[in-house]
Ligand binder design. Structure first.
Ligand code: ZN
Length: 203
């Protein structure tokens, strides 16, 4: 099982971090040990003083493929979920400045929260899915898949040029604006079309 992540896939978020809008998808990966499931708490590590939440729609892949054409890409999505790409922003900033890989800023234990999944058939239009994240019951991020720079099909097609796509793989599809710092004691809750998909207490 692989965990693909897409960076800077919403214009408003790319701008809030001062990044240029990419011409092709920006890809990174997290190891399976990053997964945090079943609404388990996230234990704030002491190597970072600025861990950010990034709420993102997560695709679960339903069959294997490679070199997938965009028009066939929807057939590879089995379920749609929501999660958090926790990011040690202070570490990431230092690595970015040196031009080094992001791994430890993005792939640490528990950095990939995933909630419940909804069968893809339940969505009328994959390019109009609303989601939001609350922190301590205040809405902090709101997104809609229509605002993605690269839609699901483009992401799957692009990824499959380089990587075999396997049943059970996950794709974090990028975060909208509003990312921010977590503190011990915070409670995050993620919603897909107003249905609660996960919660995560920071300990
Ligand atoms: Zn992200």
């Amino acid at each position: 099982m692989k965990i693909f992540c897409i960076g800077r896939n919403y214009v408003d978020h790319a701008k809030e971090l001062g990044n240029v809008v990419p011409k092709e998808p920006l890809i990174f990966m997290k190891p399976p040990t990053a997964l945090l499931i079943n609404n388990k708490p996230f234990y704030h590590p002491d190597f970072s003083e600025n861990i950010h939440y990034e709420c993102e729609i997560v695709l679960k892949i339903g069959k294997n493929g490679k070199n997938i054409a965009e028009r066939f890409a929807p057939n590879y999505i089995k379920e749609i979920g929501l999660g958090i790409d926790f990011t040690a922003r202070d570490i990431q900033q230092k690595l970015k400045e040196k031009g080094h890989p992001w791994e430890i800023a993005k792939g640490f234990n528990g950095s990939a929260v995933i909630g419940d999944f909804v069968p893809v058939e339940k969505f009328e239009n994959l390019e109009n899915i609303n989601f939001h994240l609350t922190k301590n019951q205040v809405k902090v991020q709101t997104g809609n898949t229509k605002d993605m720079i690269f839609n699901f099909s483009k992401l799957i097609s692009h990824l499959s040029k380089y990587f075999l796509i396997h049943q059970g793989d996950y794709i974090y599809t990028g975060t909208p604006a509003g990312v921010g710092k977590i503190e011990i004691g915070d409670r995050l809750e993620g919603f897909l079309e107003n249905e609660k998909i996960f919660h995560c207490n920071i300990k």
